[in-house]
Design a protein around this ligand. Structure first.
Ligand code: PLP
Length: 446
């Protein structure tokens, strides 16, 4: 049978419904064909940190396109890549000394996983081939990153393709995992003991790295770890000679109010994946930030990272990301993230603090989520078949609000949530409008 003539030639995320065409944007607003404006309250998926059509970024892209569009990294470096690396790791934050530029978050995670493996090969420790990650995490959709992730729903269809090099421990998710009568310190100690037990089960000298999102994003909705958790993790990794890989693809580059979310944890990673807010959506770019000891081991050892992509360190992508980072710094936008983040949290608490179906409001900076529950006192999630998060997304979109939904799980380990991650340039009035429209959407959808 012939396909319906109206079917788009683009294979969209949903093959049953065609999304509207976005034809323009300005500030926190996206413009649809026909002129309707949608407030981009989640920056897509925590991507558009400077909003849309920022003149400085558009100009930087044009300037670079006029000068040099592409030069293969097998032959050349390029000016924007060198300058961007200097901007990111020139002062060696937390011991991170080099940057490896790829095209997005999944690629960054894959490269970090492989660099960890290569590090131990350089050191003559080939037994280190196991990775420990966490349930309810998301590290990307390519096969290595998907295997690292602990999002059961996303993994299930591809399970036969996923390596078993990863095992998963409990997420540091207080609302769902902290037990009654257990204080924060005891919760943290329990999680640390579980991680230690997993090292022992695998054999500590077989573990290459522990992988975690510093603040969990898409899978559970803006979940920061309890106090002391990452310090305990760092100590365990160090004691066993394993690396710590932090995935800040979503939570990094200013989203939580500091350039790196780990700055608020009192530790630093050995390898860090970044993307989204690095280029702010102006170009497809991600990176792995590499600590000096790993860079040194590669330099002293084989001398080459055995991993390459055609579009590594793409000049236009690097030029765009460099300008994004300069704007964030020069316009003092981290302070804006902290103050607007506090306002967002306050407004969400006013609007939903006593709402019968909002169990939790959480996050850091301009990275905030609400968790929806069928019953507040038992924290019972809605039946996932109801797709409450999707209904809220649709109701919000109908009101001109774009927000990022996440679904619940059948095992009740988490509920539906809605994630908000507006651009760092968001105004106080726009924050208020986000919460007003979201409130209406929640009330109509449930
Ligand atoms: N890691 C985290 C924490 C993410 O949130 C994402 C994307 O949402 C990824 C990795 C994958 O990034 P990308 O979609 O750019 O491949």
């Amino acid at each position: 049978m012939n396909a319906p003539v109206t079917r788009s030639r683009v294979l969209h995320r949903s093959s049953r419904t065609a999304p509207p065409l976005a034809v323009g944007g300005h500030g926190v607003w996206l413009v649809e064909q026909g002129g309707r404006e949608v407030l981009d309250a989640s920056g897509g998926a925590a991507v558009s940190c400077l909003g849309h059509q920022h003149p400085r970024i558009v100009e930087a892209i044009k300037r670079q396109a006029d000068r040099l569009c592409y030069a293969h990294t097998g032959f050349f470096s390029n000016e924007p890549a060198e300058a961007l690396a200097e901007e990111l790791v020139g002062h060696e934050p937390g011991g991170l000394a080099q940057a490896y530029f790829v095209s997005g978050g999944s690629e960054a995670v894959e490269a970090a996983l492989k660099l960890a493996r290569q590090y131990f090969l350089e050191l003559g420790q080939p037994r280190r081939s196991r990775y420990i990650a966490r349930r309810q995490s998301y590290h990307g959709n390519t096969l290595g990153a998907l295997a690292a992730g602990g999002n059961a729903g996303r993994r299930a269809p591809y399970a036969p393709l996923l390596t078993d090099a990863f095992s998963h421990v409990s997420p540091a998710f207080a609302y769902r995992e902290q037990q009654q009568g257990e204080d924060e310190a005891a919760f943290t100690a329990r999680l640390a003991a579980e991680l230690e037990a997993e090292f022992q089960r695998l054999g500590p000298d077989t573990v290459a790295a522990f992988v975690a999102e510093t603040v969990v994003g898409a899978t559970a909705g803006c979940v920061p770890a309890p106090a002391g958790y990452f310090q305990a993790v760092r100590e365990i990794c160090d004691r066993h000679g394993a690396l710590l890989i932090l995935d800040e693809v979503m939570s990094g580059m200013g989203r939580t109010g500091t350039r790196h979310a780990w700055e608020q944890e009192g530790i630093a990673p050995d390898l860090q994946a970044i993307a989204k807010g690095l280029g702010g959506g102006y170009q497809a770019i991600g990176a792995v930030l590499v600590s000096a000891r790993i860079a040194d081991a590669v330099e002293r050892g084989s001398g080459a990272f055995q991993h390459g992509h055609t579009y590594l360190a793409h000049p236009i992508a690097c030029a765009a990301a460099l300008e994004v980072q300069r704007v964030i710094r020069e316009d003092g936008l981290l302070a804006q993230v902290r103050s607007m983040g506090a306002r967002l949290e306050e407004r969400l608490t006013e609007r939903f603090g006593n709402h019968a179906h909002i169990g939790d409001i959480r996050g850091r900076g301009l990275f905030q989520a609400i968790e929806l529950v069928a019953d507040r006192s038992s924290r019972a999630p809605f039946d996932p078949a109801l797709k409450v998060h999707q209904r809220i997304k649709d109701a919000a979109f109908a009101r001109g609000l774009g927000c990022y939904p996440g679904g619940g799980t059948l095992d009740g380990q988490r509920g539906d949530h809605v994630l908000l991650a507006p651009p760092y340039i968001v105004s106080a009035a726009e924050i208020d409008l986000i919460v007003e429209r979201l409130g209406e959407a929640v009330d109509t959808a449930i």
